[in-house]
Design a binder for this molecule. Structure first.
Ligand code: ATP
Length: 388
């Protein structure tokens, strides 16, 4: 039986610019996570992923503010908004953030053990130094990592070990939910694999019960996630099972993101890699209708002025007129390649480019370092590059 860990509904948050305008970087977003799940959040730079991570981890600070929305974790409901008071215990022990670039923010003059003490102490004033260090030692041992890292300065650790160490420190309070923002982006593939293995081990050991994994790296997401949410211009445009999304995208933006993944494996060299034309909109003044329509190769006339419909159920949906007119179908990659745009049926957009026909037919091969990260779900990764 699945148990709901997080329900986040109708989240809306904006940055206030110095001249008093508002940039809604997350606009009416709802997501959920079941106990034991990893939810991947993908999208190009500037689509609102980190902002969503900040809202979910209750770490928003000016100029970002949450206008509205609700968070429910383990059945406990919290209204969000500028005036809402978040119980202190929620931050760190209910939900914890592993922020982007965390490993570079450790003070070079502080040993890891001092950081451990500071973090635990910040949440529990009564804790003794030895207790905090014992907790960290036990945690390192349970994850098969050397306890000597506690005596190290950050510069004495490799990039991969530093990232695993900050991950352990940010989960010392056993949060129910970890929000990991681009945790693998600065790592080489073997360090990525080590971090992902460790996160999955932590889930198994119930150190935390769910992870929101934010990245623009779709191959990594497919490996680690149970479900993936695709974000575009502050909105979630498609959600589904990780394999479903990566193999049968139902939103043209998801298809375009997949098409932009580089494919270094020799057997895929003949595949074409397309970019996504244009760039995400300025959120000060987003396009009307579907925000992707100016870049979409299969857009209809109504996409430019009407809000796209929600097609599907909470397990698998996309917000798209094309999906509404083609229920259950994945975006035909052939129909959105640049060659075939000229023949494509009612198109008003400038052309999403997508990968070759081979994609539909071929099974993927995982980059060696990532392949067995999740033995129970053993997802194959068709590509090895970084998208978007
Ligand atoms: N301080 C700020 N003031 C105004 N707008 C901002 C500010 N910070 C971010 N934004 C805008 O908010 C939007 C979402 O940014 P966010 O960092 O959440 O995106 P992202 O998808 O996480 O990108 P990245 O992968 O580059 O971190 C962007 O359009 C960005 O321009």
């Amino acid at each position: 039986m699945t148990t709901r860990l997080l329900n986040a509904e109708n989240l809306r948050a904006a940055y206030r610019t110095p001249d008093g305008r508002q940039v809604f970087a997350v606009d009416d977003v709802s997501v959920y996570i079941n106990e034991g799940e990893v939810l991947g959040v993908a999208g190009e730079s500037g689509c609102g992923k980190s902002t969503l991570g900040a809202i979910l981890s209750l770490t928003t600070r000016p100029p970002l503010y949450v206008e509205s929305g609700t968070l429910e974790i383990d059945g406990k409901r919290q209204e969000l908004g500028e005036r809402s008071k978040i119980p202190r215990t929620w931050r760190g022990s209910v939900v914890s953030l592993l922020p982007q670039g965390a490993m570079n923010s450790i003070s070079p003059t502080q040993r890891v053990r001092d950081l451990v003490f500071d973090v635990v102490r910040a949440h529990d004033r009564t804790v003794k130094r030895d207790e905090a260090l014992d907790r960290a030692r036990d945690r390192l041992k349970s994850l098969d990592l050397p306890v000597r890292v506690l005596d190290s300065y950050p510069h004495q650790l490799s990039g991969g070990m530093k990232q695993r160490t900050v991950t352990i420190i940010s989960t010392l309070l056993n949060p129910r939910l970890l929000i990991a923002d681009e945790p693998t982006s600065a790592l080489d593939v073997s360090s990525q694999k080590a971090l992902i293995d460790m996160l999955l081990q932590m889930l198994e050991q119930k150190i935390m019960s769910g992870v929101v994994f934010v990245t623009h790296d779709l191959p990594v997401l497919r490996t680690v996630s149970d479900r993936i949410a695709i974000m575009y211009a502050g909105k979630i445009v498609e959600v589904g099972d990780a394999d479903e999304i990566t193999e049968r995208p139902r939103h043209p933006y998801a298809a375009a993101l997949l098409s932009a993944v580089l494919v270094p494996e020799p057997r895929y060299r003949e595949m074409r890699v397309f970019g996504i034309p244009g760039s995400p909109p300025n959120l000060l003044n987003p396009p009307s209708g579907c925000r992707f329509h100016p870049r979409c190769g299969v857009a209809y006339e109504e996409c430019s002025h009407d809000e796209p419909p929600h097609v599907g159920d909470e397990l698998r949906f996309s917000k798209c007129f094309w999906a509404k007119k083609h229920p259950g179908e994945s975006v035909p990659l052939k129909a959105v390649t640049s060659e075939s745009l000229a023949d494509a049926d009612p198109v008003v957009g400038s052309g999403v480019t997508a990968q070759s026909d081979h994609h539909d037919d071929e099974d993927g091969a995982a980059p060696a370092a990532m392949a067995e990260s999740r033995a129970d779900t053993s997802r194959e990764v068709p590509t090895g590059g970084v998208s978007a």
